[in-house]
Design a protein around this ligand. Structure first.
Ligand code: PEP
Ligand code: MN
Length: 382
């Protein structure tokens, strides 16, 4: 594991956050008009906001949707920030965006998820920022690839940017979950281990895709000791031109913040601690059985792989896979396991079992041990 050096990261105090406080970034997904920004900013004034956000150039998955108001909106954002005395931030994805932001006095920049995944884009932005002292927030890439995220941070570090923040906004996933982007908390936590000293905040809006679970995800981030939050807030969310379903009104935003427990009470009494320990050790025992059973299941898979190879039967049998999924989902339903969860678990188990079968089958091939004599060998070059 490589640990990136932390000496060059500024703490959040250099972002104007009081010691021990959290970085709070909020504002609309997109800047739509001067009035919309001003109204939203006024609604946010007094909430403890650190930075007012709004997208000026919007990366849209498909063409034909609202792509942001572009350069004219920079002035609206700066004015809205000045009206409430808070610095402003927007997303940059091209050298031209960076130049325009610097020209108009935008205080903070962020690199969006689609850009972080592209080293050419990040390098172009880093080059445009060389020698400029501006804070930059780096969202995680769309795909769950921690090295792309680290690479983007390193490119900016090398350009001399010291005020850097990583933003966890969830990851695209091929399976449907309750989230728009799966949180995969392990990845931001690994980032914190690999880059100690780098402030890390969470963007529950893009994780959730709706307002329904925002509070729970924000609370999870606080429990995991994230250094702050980025949330989408719009004066009139229903009328928003992008991400309408996930934006809060300023009043809802205040309610969400008020409901957050910034540090949960620790378990104090002896009874509490004993009960907690008992439950944990029960979980440990169950897990060791699960691991043992998985090991046994894979050992059987290897025997099956040897047998299939000897019989010349193909490894993957689609009918069998469907049968496994259906019967395991039905069994899971009886013990309160969600279909989606059981399907995901069995996709992994089946994939791993096939790998074991393949490895065991290849060993047979190498040893030339087939029933009745010779292994059918592939022609060279096939
Ligand atoms: C945004 O913050 O509005 C945005 C486009 O986010 P992301 O890059 O995380 O999708
Ligand atoms: Mn958005």
């Amino acid at each position: 594991m490589t640990v990136t050096t932390n000496s060059s990261f500024a703490s959040l105090e250099a972002w104007g956050v009081p010691r021990g406080g959290r970085l709070l970034v909020a504002g609309p997904c997109s800047a739509e008009s001067a009035e919309q920004l001003l109204k939203t900013a006024r609604g946010l004034a007094g909430s403890g906001l650190s930075i007012l956000r709004a997208g000026i150039w919007k990366p849209r998955t498909r063409p034909g949707h609202f792509e942001g108001k572009g350069t004219p909106a920079l002035k609206w954002l700066v004015e809205a920030g000045q009206a409430i005395g808070v610095p402003v931030a927007t997303e940059v994805a091209e050298t031209r965006h960076v130049e325009n932001c610097l020209k108009h006095g935008i205080d903070v920049l962020w690199i969006g998820a689609r850009s972080t995944g592209n080293p050419f884009t990040v390098q172009a932005i880093a080059d445009a920022l060389s020698g400029v002292d501006i804070p930059v927030m780096v969202k995680n890439p769309v795909s769950p690839d921690i090295d792309l995220w680290i690479g983007a941070i390193e490119r900016l570090q090398r350009a001399g940017i010291r005020r850097l923040v990583a933003v966890h906004r969830g990851f695209a996933s091929s399976t449907t979950t309750v989230f728009r982007n799966a949180p995969l908390w392990r990845i931001p936590l690994d980032l914190r281990t690999r880059i100690p000293g780098l402030p890390l905040i969470c963007d529950p809006s893009h994780i959730c895709g709706s307002t329904r679970l925002l509070g729970a995800v924000a609370q999870e981030a606080m429990d995991l000791l994230f250094d702050g939050l980025m949330l989408e807030v719009h004066a009139d969310p229903k009328a928003a031109l992008s991400d309408a379903s996930q934006q809060l009104t300023p009043a809802e935003f205040t309610v969400l913040l008020d409901g957050l427990l910034l540090s949960r009470p620790t378990l104090r009494t002896v009874e509490q601690r004993t009960y907690f320990k008992a439950l944990r050790s029960r979980i440990d025992r169950i897990d060791s059985k699960i691991i043992e059973l998985l090991g046994r299941r894979m050992a059987v898979a290897r025997r099956l792989g040897v047998y299939k190879r000897r019989q010349g039967v193909s490894l993957f049998q689609p009918g069998r896979y469907e049968e496994i999924l259906q019967s395991r989902v039905a069994a899971g339903a009886k013990v309160e396991l969600e279909e989606e969860f059981v399907t995901r678990v069995y996709q992994h188990i089946h994939e791993e079992a096939l790998r074991h079968q393949e490895v065991a089958g290849m060993a047979v091939e190498r040893e030339g041990l087939v029933a009745g004599g010779k292994v059918r060998r592939q022609k060279p070059g096939c």
